[in-house]
Design a protein around this ligand. Structure first.
Ligand code: PBG
Length: 327
């Protein structure tokens, strides 16, 4: 036998499915997954979202059903987004106790109880007539500090309606701190905050704007969301600030194009790291699969495993229920 034949053979551990399963370094678990759900005010039947096949703007009834399906599949959490019938400059429906998101939080809490973590996205873009994430100045800029007061009030309304966790997503400076203070003052010291910490100004949010009906009527979100080309340290600074303000978990968003940021967070912070596989990530796989160009199921699992391997403890994904059933 010639000395050229390898003694070390990495292929040995790849030979059978049982071997591969045993040595797998990355395992997805249903409890790691969080399902985003959209609920629209005043509709009797769910509306399909054109750019996200398989995703719906739910009616109150179909939302309850979707929440129950997720809970039964073992999904870890739900995050609700509301689409109100009436929008205005202040996003008044966002903290109205009878606003669609609060109504939905009560519905879902009654339906699934404690079987799954029910949370709310805390932001204004679904509720403002201009589609921006906050209160605008006369010149049309998002006014950071005026917006903070709104976020504090919205978070309290959401928690009063049954949200077990809140997730501020507007990228206003100081948002975690004001929400923490407002919740504490209202007696909700035990309600955790999942901060959208490193949220990039991303083209991958395109389809979400159909689902949540919140495309900005003018301008964009580049003045407050992070620049994709910005330094990695900027994301770490956001994490330090959010943690100092009391964040209980930090999020990176989108996921697949920001795996390096997820890994840095996992190495540097001592709280759970979440990653949001956003609407555009969902749409591109679904669209390619609909054309027969890719193996849909394998691509979904591979994308999720990659996000987990990069360091995400939690993954927000529109495929949560389907994947939880498959696991
Ligand atoms: C803001 C918010 C957005 C998403 C989640 N929360 C939109 C944005 O920042 O423009 C995007 C989610 C997705 O694309 O799936 N409320």
């Amino acid at each position: 036998m010639s000395a050229e034949f390898p003694v070390a053979r990495p292929r040995r551990l790849r030979r059978t499915p049982a071997l591969r399963r045993m040595v797998a370094g990355t395992r997805l678990h249903p409890a790691d997954l969080i399902l985003p759900l959209f609920v629209k005010e005043g509709i009797a039947e769910p509306h399909p979202v054109g750019s996200m096949p398989g995703v719906y703007q739910h009616s109150r009834d179909s939302l309850r059903k979707a929440a129950l399906d997720a809970a039964e599949a073992g999904v870890g959490g739900l995050i609700l987004f509301g689409v109100p019938a009436v929008k205005d400059a202040r996003g008044s429906a966002a903290d109205d106790p009878d606003g669609i998101l609060q109504v939905a939080l009560r519905d879902v809490s009654a339906e699934v109880g404690d079987a799954i973590v029910v949370m709310a996205d805390t932001c204004l873009d679904e509720f403002t007539d201009n589609g921006h994430c906050g209160i605008l100045t006369e010149s049309g800029e998002v006014d950071n500090d005026a917006t903070l007061e709104r976020y504090a009030s919205i978070a309290v309304a959401q928690v009063r309606a049954g949200s077990q966790m809140v997730a501020p997503s507007g990228m206003m400076d100081g948002q975690v701190g004001v929400i923490r203070a407002a919740l504490d003052a209202d007696g909700f010291t035990g309600v955790p905050i999942l901060a959208y910490t490193a949220k990039y100004a991303s083209a991958f949010y395109g389809p979400f704007r159909d689902a949540a009906e919140c495309a900005p009527q003018f301008g964009d979100r580049a003045s407050h969301q992070q620049d994709p080309a910005g330094p990695l340290e900027e994301a770490l600074r956001e994490a330090r600030l959010d943690l100092a303000e009391g964040a209980d978990a930090v999020m990176v968003k989108p996921a697949l194009a920001y795996l390096d940021v997820i890994r840095r967070f996992r190495d540097e912070v001592d709280v759970p790291v979440a990653a949001y596989q956003v609407s555009g990530e969902y749409a591109m796989i679904e669209a390619a699969a609909a054309n027969g160009w890719v193996d849909r199921d394998r691509m979904i699992m591979e994308s999720l495993v990659s996000i987990k391997r990069a360091g995400a403890d939690l993954i927000l994904t529109y495929w949560a229920t389907e994947v939880a059933r498959r696991l």
